[in-house]
Each structure stands twice: as C-alpha cells, then as structure tokens.
Write a protein that binds this ligand. Structure first.
Ligand code: PAF
Length: 285
C-alpha cells in the first residue's frame, strides 16, 4: 500500500490503478480506525478491484468548541490496518494540501443539513459536504462507502452528489453500510475512546433504550410518549443531556409525529460526560 500526501502524488498513484477498466472504491475516513471502518473497507474490497482510503481530520467540520485538537490521530497504526485489508492507496493530505491558501468555497446542502446534528453543530455538514465533494473530484471513484452510523451525513452527501451532478466521472455510486456495534450494542465510533470505563458501561443504555422505543412505536405507543420514555431512560442511566431524540422520515429526515407508511428512522444524539454520542435505527412501519 502506498501512502500519498500531495495531490500530484495522488494523481500519479491513481493512474496505474485505473488501467484496463479496473474499478476503484473510495472509503473516506478521519482515521482512528475501528472495526466499523474496516467493515467499510472489506465491503469496498469485495466490490471493486482497488480500494483507496482517505484519512483527513477535516477542520471545516468541527465547531470552535469541538474536539478538533483532541481528535485521535494515529496515522502509522491506521496505515498498518489498511494495508492488512489490502487497501491499494492511502490518501492522507494535511490541511494545507486539502485547503491551500486562498481556499474560499463552501458547499451547503439546505434542508437535510438543517435539523438534528445540523442544528446542534452549525456548519458541520457544510464542512462534510465540502470535503467529500473534493474527495470525489480528487479520487473519481466508481463507488464510495459511508457508514449508516452517520445517517444524516449520508443523506447530506447523497443530496450534494445529486444536486451537483456528481455522477461519473466524479463518483458512480454512494453506498451506505449498516452500523457495526460492540457486543453490548453500542455503535462503534472513534469518539468512544473518550469514555471512562463507567461512562462506557452506561453508554450501552443508548442502543438499548432505542430498541425499546422503536418496538414501542411499532407496537402502537405514541411517538412523543416513546421518545419521552427513551430520554428519561438515558438520563437515569447517567447521560448528562439529550441533543435530540427524533423519529424522522428515513429519506428526507423530516420529523414524524406518527409512524406512517414511509420508512422511518429513530435518531438520537446524547451527551455522556463530555462526549457526544449519536446513533440511529430503522423503525419498520
Ligand atoms: O465520517 C467521517 O469520518 C467524515 O465525516 C468524513 C465523511 C470522512 C468527511 O470528513
């Protein structure tokens, strides 16, 4: 596996991968890799001839009081994991290579970016959309893989690609991969490593309470009542606050007051200690 840090090196390294109509899958990440990322890589490896992974802790998607400085960085360990998964190329630019002096463009996807995490983290999805658009243009993959753990992010990226006509040659398919969970149900996340052992144990209440709420809603309990119970359970388990607990249309992410015919998704963001955890699950109609 080759690691490249400049756009020129990236272009040079991509050329031989494209020979003979070979397909390329892109797995964009911010590093601090865990089994969730490796699952994306394995799916990518199964479906394309070559996998390109990117590691870039994107400053544009962090707010002023967020964890940009403390976000875990472990490039050598991450590179070893990717190499073991038969990744062909690691694109690991620094901030100056991604955003050279004078960089002035911002991509903002209205609507789907606005609620949920977008409301709690102003500008976050602009940063995500901007860097992912750049990654699509830089790598021009046949397919790109993203985890459903960041469900709203996936919706923003799909809307951005649709609106900006980012079809071939920029990217051919955007593929969402189901969330990978720890044995107790907690969704894998690079931020889980911020949790103390006590917080980590308490965090399992999040997926548990979400499953209970989803089953209650499916069983006919009112949405507001089920979400109220979920929030009370999280606070009782040791969560400090809940940013949101919402039932939403799975495609538009517009909040739902009742479960109808459309696919619905239960999405939650809650804080435990100083760590913000997010999760989402399908709620069948
Ligand atoms: O999900 C992530 O790790 C990031 O938001 C992404 C998609 C790599 C963009 O920086």
């Amino acid at each position: 596996m080759q690691t490249v840090k400049t756009q020129q090196m990236l272009r040079t390294a991509l050329a031989p991968l494209r020979v003979g109509n070979a397909t390329i899958a892109l797995v964009p990440t911010m590093g601090a890799l865990h089994e969730g990322h490796l699952t994306l890589v394995r799916r990518a490896r199964a479906e394309a001839d070559h996998v390109v992974a990117s590691i870039f802790v994107n400053p544009k998607q962090f707010g002023p009081n967020e964890d940009l400085d403390s976000y875990p960085r472990q490039l050598a360990a991450d590179a070893a994991m990717l190499e073991a998964e038969d990744v062909a190329l690691l694109w690991a630019p620094d901030a100056a290579a991604m955003y050279p002096p004078g960089f002035a463009t911002n991509i903002s996807v209205a609507g789907v970016s606005d609620g949920l995490c977008g409301a709690a983290r102003p500008g976050h999805f602009d940063g995500v959309a901007t860097v992912v658009c750049k990654l699509f243009n830089q790598v021009a993959p046949d397919m790109a893989f993203f985890g459903e753990k960041d469900f709203q992010q996936l919706a923003v990226i799909r809307a951005m690609a649709r609106d900006l006509d980012l079809t071939r040659p920029h990217v051919d398919a955007i593929i969402g991969v189901p969330t990978v969970r720890e044995a107790d149900g907690l969704a894998m996340s690079s931020r889980n490593r911020y949790l103390t052992p006590e917080q980590r144990a308490a965090a399992a209440a999040l997926p548990r309470a979400m499953q209970v709420a989803a089953a209650a809603i499916k069983g006919g309990t009112g949405v507001a009542e089920a979400l109220g119970t979920l929030e009370a359970e999280l606070l009782a388990a040791g969560f400090a606050s809940i940013d949101y607990a919402t039932l939403a249309d799975a495609a538009s992410l517009v909040p739902l007051e009742t479960l109808g015919e459309a696919q619905a998704r239960l999405l939650v963001a809650a804080r435990i200690g100083g760590t913000r955890l997010i999760d989402n699950i399908a709620v069948g109609s």
